[in-house]
Design a protein around this ligand. Sequence first.
Ligand code: TRP
Length: 338
Amino acid sequence: MSSKRIMSGMRPTGRLHLGHYFGALSNWIKFQGQYQSFFSIVDWHALTTKFQNTREVEPNIWEIALDWLCVGIDPEVATVYVQSAVPEIAELHLLLSMFTPHNWVEREPTLKDMVKMLDSDESAAKEKVTYGLLGYPVLMASDILTFKGELVPVGKDQESHLEFARDVARRFNNFYNVDFFPEPKPEFTTTPLLKGVDGQKMGKSFNNDIKIADTEEDTIAKVKKAITDRTRIAKSDPGHTNLCEVPWPLYQIFASDKALLEKVKGDCESAAIGCVDCKVQLAGLINEYFRPMREKRKALAADPDQVRKIIAHGNQKARKVASQTLHDVREIMGMINW
Ligand code: TRP
């Protein structure tokens, strides 16, 4: 295993869906055997928008932990922890904030999008842009730099945050004349955006997602609603896989071999199978793929003590690394290490 460190995180905002799995988690699983991996459930980041509903955060920490563990994030190999259990991250956030120019945080493009999302009314939205939300990228930089992460697997939407983290790392090294923080590089996920059952990008808030934790029945019901070939009106009309919006792209992911794809295409284009039957067959493949993970999830969910222990152990491992970094940072900045 390389000594290079990889760091990534997710906000605990709910159960994860197939987009998270193919877009992020499957990469993390690949990386965890290659690099020293730090995977964080970033609950403080959730607070930046959930400050009035703080109690909604904790249950989602357990949901996300179950999702990660059941798909194969291995707590024996990777360090899996909760951000708020590592106070050193908050201390670094504070120290970084001292030399981060405020116009750096104000110009973050994602902040502008968030303001729009928080409230359609502009003045109401302004009130929701808290000091903490403004500090979102500083906190994310602390997440990464506390662990001296060099590679950060994230989606393309996080690009500006990563640039921000690099700028902050560089500024620290320049100001204190050290070569201490590596400049973290994004490792963009290459999986094409997964479409939800309505043909739009799969997303929790769009109500079009299939969750890792869904039951087999839920999965079948959801896939049955997926948009197919809009030009195929009657079952006896031949279909067109190239016009099939959701099931056919999903078949590319879930079909075990080319022969099956050929058969599905043939059956569709000769009208030997209708869209509903074809989707039920697809749901079967999805269920087969996730069955072992869902079974593992159920077993873990039935044993919350074990999950708590796994996370507590990860928190401990993370703190060990974090306290070393903060010890060094204090020394570099001339603070007292009491
Ligand atoms: N901002 C990230 C997101 O919304 C989550 C995140 C917080 C993160 N801290 C991080 C990702 C550190 C990677 C590294 O997806």
